[in-house]
Design a protein around this ligand. Sequence first.
Ligand SMILES: [Zn+2]
Length: 423
Amino acid sequence: MSAQQGPAADLIIRNALVWGTDAPQDLAIFGGRYIAASESGIAGAQEIDAAGRLCIPGFVEPHIHLDKVLLAESVPVNRSGSLNEAIVILGERKATYTVGEIAERAGRIVTSAIANGVTHMRTHIDVDSGCGLVPIDALLEVRRRFAEVIDLQIVAFPQLGIVKDPGTAALLEQAMERGADVVGGMPFNEAGTADSAEHIRIAFEIAQAHDADVDMHIDETDDPNARTLEMLCEATVEAGWQGRVTAGHTCALAAYAQDYADHVIGLVAQAGIHMITNPATNLMLQGRDDDHPKRRGITRVKELLARGVNVSFGQDNLRDMFYPFGRDDPLELAWLTAHAAHMSQPDEIEAVFAMPTVNGARVLGLSDYGTEPGCAGDLVILDAYSAAAAITAKADRSYVIKRGRVVAQTETRTTHDLPVLAV
Ligand SMILES: [Zn+2]
């Protein structure tokens, strides 16, 4: 191309090793979307040399509670460390919720997540008689504020139950009308089986009325008698919502007897349900009351993958009354998931890397995730040459690009006077 013609692309990334391909290639973005980078090479208004480093179309965070992040800064310590005590502490803190302070906390974590390479996020936001729609309004504000730099899906999440907490069904309906994207649920938190079924029925009714996906917290308990995953599978097929339903946590699946677990995994596969494991929170919360040997609390990741089920992972809680750590770094969570799910072989490590990338994109229903022409112009250049190396080093996100614009850069420097520095 001659200089007179001007640049044909807004951004060219040279020598990008796109994860899942064998050799570096040039990528071109114009008008916020990928276009074909011709063999002869086109010019860009801006050019970045990835130098053969690993590139992905961004990390996808499919399960985080942005209304609760950083609450550890302003609540009493959860002395038992249990899920139940956390919910009690949260209930008291909600009395002081305002749109502004929730948006401020959520905004801080969205900002750091973007620097960690997260380009898409789905967040579960409480809807109940205690907090009403204040958290939903806060996240709608956050979504507006960050619209240019991250795509955010909001799940209206009835954590205190729908039957158990009168008025919540109407609040869920209002949340969807105001702009929430996905109908959430927590059917195990009801008084009994009939109410759990009613919880699921109401959620699907609202989802169908709004043509929305469903994403529920399912059986977040060590109790092997919890049965709401099977109920969710039945409701999904009955509604014809295959591929549009996600089940988070599903800790009880790990506690089931093998024959029942096999049966339920078969139902999950048939219903096309996406599964999210949240190892950080669940390794911390589950199995606490066991005598040794203690259960690990995370769902049956390898068994689900072996049956062709789409599995991703999320941060879930972050520095709140449920979980004291976390910085929403998908590479940190990949490292943890590999350990918690016993995924150590080379192909298993690649499978772990798929979870916050292509698998997460399927959970969120992203049709334009990728680097092919027409896809959204999102890219993260990792300072590593393989998925395993990226996970090992929690590699720098050298460049985070959203719709063709560089939105964050990280470069960690170590100086030393040693003969060899192993990396
Ligand atoms: Zn959760």
